[in-house]
Design a protein around this ligand. Structure first.
Ligand SMILES: [Zn+2]
Ligand SMILES: [Zn+2]
Length: 281
């Protein structure tokens, strides 16, 4: 059987079928699709301007996504003379993508007490990377949250009946210093995996182990398809945003906290120590 051609460039052989759009893509067009989606994810954050310093934490929740995001960002930001720093917790062996600086960060404890709980893991990642970003003087923190992750986190919050967890599904938390946002907001998880396979990116194991309660409901809502369309993603974002103003935000992780509290129930459970051990260009 003949290899089908890429439906985007119509020249090179296709290596990947993008479920969400139905396109057949060659390696080069897969990279292009990812770059486009990352650009759209960060367009309204003001990061596409000269000399920005962006921290991408090697998130325990999605280490592969961090490497893919840092790799795409360094190529996108090259023309702006911006610097992409991958924050790697001490003791984790990860080879950084080309053109990306590496900050080795001592994070203690390395994982939250509720290891495996997606909300706890993402809050922990935000908490240490915000601290590291302040030490490094970064203009923004970009997390490797794909729209697949964000949809799952939103359903998780609803199914748990935990409205404070709705903040996990937001595109950006503009109130933190520096601001923190999802660099893969317009990217489906599947595209990240395809890009990683094509580029030979490999990641250390992550923190989110337990199947989230939301997974089955998510798949049934997506009628067997692994990825939701962009439009429901947008309405889900609006739903998560509707809760803002109803809750105070945690001074540690930026997520919604309970009324009257300045720290959320996840962050108040443990003390976190963060320091930068080295910064390599
Ligand atoms: Zn192509
Ligand atoms: Zn918190």
């Amino acid at each position: 059987m003949e290899t089908p051609l890429c439906t985007a460039c119509k020249r090179r052989p296709a290596v990947y079928k993008r479920t969400y759009s139905g396109e057949l893509l060659c390696a080069r067009c897969t990279r292009k699709a990812l770059h486009r989606a990352v650009k759209r994810s960060i367009a309204r954050l003001g990061l596409l301007k000269p000399r920005q310093k962006i921290l991408v934490p090697l998130a325990s929740s999605n280490p592969l996504g961090s490497l893919v995001l840092a790799s795409a960002l360094s190529e996108i930001e090259e023309q702006y003379g911006s610097r992409v720093i991958l924050g790697v917790p001490e003791g984790i062996d990860a080879s950084p993508p080309r053109g990306v600086s590496v900050a080795v960060v001592r994070v203690s404890p390395r994982e939250p007490p509720e290891r495996g709980d997606p909300v706890a893991c993402w809050r922990h990642d935000r908490r240490w990377s915000l601290r590291a970003a302040r030490i490094l003087g970064a203009d923004a923190v970009l997390l490797p949250l794909t729209r697949t992750d964000l949809n799952l986190l939103l359903l998780e919050a609803l199914l748990r009946g935990e409205p404070q967890a709705l903040s996990e599904a937001l595109h950006s938390l503009a109130w933190t210093k520096p601001p923190i946002a999802s660099g893969l907001w317009r990217v489906e998880g599947e595209l990240v995996a395809a890009y990683a396979a094509i580029s030979g990116v490999e990641a250390p194991p992550g923190c989110v182990k337990r199947l989230s309660a939301a997974k089955e409901v998510y798949y049934s809502a997506a009628s067997g398809r692994p990825e939701l369309e962009y439009s429901p993603t947008k309405s889900l974002d609006a739903l998560a945003a509707a809760a803002s103003g109803m809750y105070p935000v945690c001074i540690e992780c930026g997520g919604y906290a309970s009324p009257g509290e300045s720290t959320c129930r996840y962050c108040s459970r443990y003390t976190l120590n963060v320091s930068i051990l080295s910064l390599r260009e």
